[in-house]
Ligand binder design. Structure first.
Ligand SMILES: [Zn+2]
Length: 309
């Protein structure tokens, strides 16, 4: 029996998400990825009531965070263990987080190198993992959510999942999966991505925050994150300075504003660059997810399922 079939069997016995996680010894993001594969299975493969339960669990668990107020620092593409890693930047960030009372950090992927452009000292997967665990940020007052990028995926393929290793060894770190994850800001759906083409097809996000390009670029409904390493696009530091972004969320009954402050790290240290602001009306709950029932199921089942956020 493969893992998907095992999940379906457990769900037929009405097992909860946590019980299935325990049974499979799977992290939350791993189980969500299996759920997504089950949801995308061809129609008629599983009973509608089981599918309903799986979709409902999926929707309840899919957002890793929902913040209505506060500050989130976004970093990305640290490429630790590569030739272009810069541990000094991580130290500067840690100090900045403490001085500015920032409680949340989100990493946009490519935490490590994954044996693609490694520094000679880190020429095996275990050596890289050990080095990353040594130098990666940790702060008891900081909650971190880390996305795996294409470089980090290489470790997972070698049976040493970097996200799991960081979750296990460091305080307050949660792996949110590879390439794409969802969270919410004031009930708006935000897609966190590493690579634009890795979007999940199940919902349309209100806003996208994306790693991988190594270059800060704000657009109408999307921001790409700068690198926090010396790996610059086209090898040029000019106009591609390393840096990070701080999001400040402010919400009252009428409106919610998201302010993205962009900082560079130059040879003089951290330098403030510019701000991008987005404002929208505050809604108690902006989304009802609706799935249409597949055609060939019996009509006595509910036609739609609705799950409020
Ligand atoms: Zn990268």
């Amino acid at each position: 029996m493969n893992i998907q079939q095992k999940i379906i069997e457990l769900k037929k016995q009405e097992a909860t998400f946590q019980e299935i996680q325990f049974e499979l010894d799977a992290s939350k993001y791993e189980l969500l990825a299996y759920y997504e594969a089950i949801i995308n299975m061809p129609q008629g493969m599983l009973p509608w009531d089981v599918e309903f339960q799986i979709r409902q669990d999926y929707l309840k668990k899919i957002n890793f965070l929902n913040l209505k107020e506060g500050k989130i620092i976004f970093i990305s593409d640290t490429h630790i263990s590569s030739k272009e890693e810069n541990i000094e930047y991580l130290k500067l960030i840690k100090k900045f987080i403490q001085e500015n009372n920032i409680a949340y950090l989100i990493h946009g992927g490519d935490i490590g190198d994954g044996m693609l452009n490694y520094a000679s000292k880190y020429n095996t997967y275990p050596k890289q993992i050990e080095h990353i665990l040594d130098v990666y940020l940790e702060d008891q007052n900081l909650f971190q959510y880390i996305l795996g990028g294409n470089h980090d995926r290489k470790y997972q393929k070698k049976e040493c999942d970097l996200l799991k290793a960081l979750e296990k060894e460091k305080l307050n770190i949660t792996g949110v999966g590879y390439y794409q994850a969802y969270f919410k800001i004031a009930n708006k759906i935000i897609s966190l991505q590493h690579k634009s083409n890795k979007a999940n097809k199940l919902f349309t996000p209100d806003f996208t925050i994306c790693g991988h390009t190594h270059q800060y670029f704000p657009k109408e409904k999307k921001i790409t994150l700068p690198t926090l390493s010396d790996n610059f696009p086209n090898g040029k530091r000019q106009n591609n300075e390393p840096g990070f972004v701080v999001l400040t969320i402010q919400s009252n009954q009428q409106k919610t504003s998201l302010k993205f402050d962009h900082y560079n790290i130059s040879t003089n240290g951290i330098e403030y660059q510019d701000q991008r602001q987005y404002t929208f009306p505050t809604e108690e709950c902006s989304h009802t997810y609706t799935y249409q029932k597949k055609k060939n199921y019996n009509s006595h089942h509910k036609k739609y399922m609705r799950v409020n956020c």
